[in-house]
Design a protein around this ligand. Structure first.
Ligand SMILES: [Zn+2]
Ligand SMILES: [Zn+2]
Length: 290
C-alpha cells in the first residue's frame, strides 16, 4: 500500500507538533513519504507563516530528519506558498534559493479590489466572524463579487506561477456552510468552476484532495467538492491525497473518504511525487491509515 502526505504543518508555522514528532507519527502510521509544507509568503511573514528569519533553520531541520530517517521514510522539504498578486507567489523563481523539493500553491487571502477601502486583505480561511467582516468591508456584502475574485485569482495563480500542487482548490467554501454568501448550484458559480478546471488542465498541475477542513470540523467533506472533482476527472487533471495536518494525530485523517470521493468521480489513479517525478499509482494500491 502506498501512503503519503505532502501537506503538513509544524511548529515552524501554525502547526502544533515539531517536525520530529510528525516524522515519528508518520513512521507509526506506515506513511512512506512525508512532505513538509510550511506556510510561506516569502519575502513577507505573518504570525502564521514561517518567519523569514527561520527559513534556513526550517530547511536544515527537515534535511537532517531526511538523512536521519532515510531507511524508514522518504522525507521531502516543500512549502505551501501563498499567492497574493504583486506581493508573493508560489513560483520556483522566488523559492529557488531554498531548493525545495516541491511547492504547493494556495490562496488564503484576497487583496481588496478597491484601494479606497482601508481593509486591504480578506481572509478566505479565517474564523467565521473574520470572513463575514471582510465580506462586509471589502465587498459590501456582495458574495458573488468576492467569490468571482477568488476564482479569478486561482486561475491567475495557476497560469502564471511555476509550482506543483494546487492547495485546497475550493477553500472559498469553508465558511459558506455558515455564512451562505453564495450558492454552488447557480450557473455563474458552475461557469467559474468549468473555466478554472480548463486552466488547471492546461497547466499540468496536480490538485490535492485535502481533508484538512474535515479534520478541523470546518466543513463536512473534502476540498474539492464532488462536483468540482468530477469536472477535474473529465479533464484528466491528476490528483493526490493530502491531510493538511496541523498536528500528528491528523496526519492521514479522512483518507478513506478522500479515496471514496476520488472513486465516485471516476478516478482510478492517485498521483505521487516519486523519486523520478510525478508517478501515477492505481487507486486500489493506495492506502489509508487502517
Ligand atoms: Zn492552506
Ligand atoms: Zn496547509
Amino acid at each position: 500500500m502506498r501512503l503519503a502526505s505532502y501537506h503538513i504543518h509544524t511548529t515552524f508555522c501554525d502547526g502544533l507538533d515539531t517536525p520530529e514528532r510528525m516524522v515519528k507519527a508518520a513512521i507509526k502510521a506506515k506513511v512512506q513519504e512525508l512532505g513538509f509544507s510550511a506556510h510561506s509568503a516569502w519575502p513577507l511573514t505573518t504570525e502564521w507563516h514561517l518567519s523569514t528569519t527561520r527559513f534556513a533553520e526550517y530547511i536544515d531541520t527537515v534535511r537532517s530528519l531526511q538523512e536521519k530517517h532515510k531507511k524508514r521514510i522518504r522525507i521531502l522539504c516543500g512549502f505551501e506558498a501563498d499567492y497574493i498578486p504583486g506581493v508573493t507567489a508560489p513560483d520556483s523563481s522566488i523559492y529557488k534559493q531554498f531548493s525545495p523539493d516541491y511547492l504547493i500553491g494556495s490562496i488564503h487571502m484576497l487583496l481588496s479590489p478597491s484601494r479606497k477601502t482601508s481593509f486591504g486583505l480578506w481572509s478566505v480561511d479565517g474564523a467565521v466572524e473574520d470572513v463575514a467582516h471582510g465580506l462586509a468591508q471589502v465587498f459590501r456584502g456582495n458574495g458573488k463579487r468576492a467569490v468571482q475574485l477568488y476564482w479569478h485569482t486561482v486561475r491567475e495563480m495557476v497560469s502564471s506561477c511555476d509550482f506543483d500542487i494546487v492547495g485546497h482548490l475550493d477553500l472559498i467554501r469553508k465558511r459558506n456552510g455558515v455564512l451562505h454568501f453564495f450558492d454552488e448550484n447557480e450557473g455563474w458559480y458552475k461557469r467559474e468552476l468549468a473555466e478554472t478546471v480548463r486552466t488547471i488542465a492546461r497547466s499540468g498541475k496536480i490538485v490535492e484532495l485535502n481533508t484538512g477542513g474535515m479534520a478541523r470540523k470546518a466543513i463536512d467533506g473534502l476540498y474539492p467538492s464532488d462536483t468540482l472533482l468530477s469536472l477535474l476527472y473529465k479533464r484528466n487533471v491528476p490528483v493526490t491525497l493530502s491531510s493538511d495536518a496541523h498536528c500528528a494525530d491528523d496526519l492521514v485523517f479522512g483518507y478513506d473518504s478522500a479515496l471514496a470521493a476520488a472513486r465516485r468521480a471516476g478516478y482510478q489513479e492517485i498521483h505521487f511525487l516519486g523519486r523520478d517525478g510525478i508517478e501515477a499509482v492505481k487507486i486500489d494500491t493506495v492506502g489509508s491509515s487502517s
